[in-house]
Ligand binder design. Sequence first.
Ligand code: PEP
Ligand code: MN
Length: 349
Amino acid sequence: MIISMRPHATREEIEHVCERIRDFGYKVHSIEGDTRVVIGVVGTGDVTACLESLEATPGVERAVRISAPYKFVSREFRPQPSAIRLNGLEIGGDEFIVMAGPCSVESEKQIMETAEGVAAAGARVLRGGAFKPRTSPYDFQGLEEAGLKLLRKAKEATGLAIVTEVMSDRDVDLIAEYADCMQVGARNMQNFALLKSLGGCGRPVLLKRGMSSTIKELLMSAEYIVAHGNPNVILCERGIRTFETATRNTCDIAAVPVLNELTHLPVVLDPSHATGKRSLIPALSRAGVAIGADGLIVEVHPCPEKAVSDGAQSLTLQDFHRMMSELKPFVHLWKELRAATRSPEPAAV
Ligand code: PEP
Ligand code: MN
């Protein structure tokens, strides 16, 4: 069950509702938004009696039964799609948002050149890892805070919002100072300590699907962040591991509409990690637009052959420019369809 309190319900009303819920033998998990409190009810008990009682309790606006284990992120909780605000942009709104940039922040020249190039081609968000999750401990691990400073510089020069990865709960406060959006990588999708601390980070979170994670597990991870106080979560399909070896991962393109059925959260597609191969990125990007993703996150490097990570899947600036031009008619259709079918609401409760 989820109980939405009326906007500006009093502390006494909220406490009283929580007490009633506990009287029925349930546990309470509330999140406080700018204008209202939403209470998640977990456990087992007499759902019908509890709902009836709460509907008649002062301060309650709506009490609904939710069968999905991921309550706050489910469509049952919020039938309308959520639009997440990010530095003046909306992800999940009426614009198709492209995030682009290198896998890793490597140098001032590299990040500035990339930022200017992708902004000129129509990207709205600059990606780039300053803290890198690498399979080998001997590989480049990222420039860390120096990389964050370079991202800030690129933002100042171009106006692009910044999305960058956080790998540990210890780094959340530092990265939140620089980032407009905190990326949780595939390898950390179930780093529960990290997810919990992102609940209080004050920034939207881009949550990437783990490489062997089910859609339900992805949604449960999103639920951790929301249940800990942060409703601003963007999901990302980035390919999963299968028996196929022709691509780095297998792009689960159906995950996008599946997620659109199950959750109100926006979904972006990462065609770069999904395929590992530069030549496949434009086709997968078109697929993402066609299937109703809210945006893309794409790796771009001024000189992929010199990239310290993921060069083989990085587009050159010229490739990216061409791809963005070729995507235009598809994005135009996407906008028409979106205008005809949706009226998104801000995610904040
Ligand atoms: C990345 O975005 O560079 C990255 C490491 O992605 P993923 O976590 O999806 O592998
Ligand atoms: Mn990468």
